[in-house]
Design a binder for this molecule. Sequence first.
Ligand SMILES: [Zn+2]
Ligand SMILES: [Zn+2]
Ligand SMILES: [Zn+2]
Length: 112
Amino acid sequence: MNERYGWQVAPDPGRAVQPTCDHVDGLHEAPANAAPGCEDCLREGRTWVNLLACLSCGHIGCCDSSPGQHAYRHARAHRAHHIARSLRPGQDWAWCYTDEVYLRPARPARPA
Ligand SMILES: [Zn+2]
Ligand SMILES: [Zn+2]
Ligand SMILES: [Zn+2]
């Protein structure tokens, strides 16, 4: 069994009404190094800026700053796949394409 790993909406002080996301249940943790890069960019011979992993199926796609925007396209092509997490080391966040909100890990704080 995998360690339980949840996500919660990151509070946004800039918004009067805090965003919500109803898609955080039943997510999978992205397998580490599932793919060497964006599968679609590799096939098309392109490069990417940052990678995102779909938390519904583990698809690896490139971020919105990349020319291909394949993570976004993946979420749009698979309507039940809402959330992808950043794979850049040290960036512990995920993005819900449906609600357009940032999520952060809901792990209990680790002892220092
Ligand atoms: Zn959502
Ligand atoms: Zn790509
Ligand atoms: Zn997916």
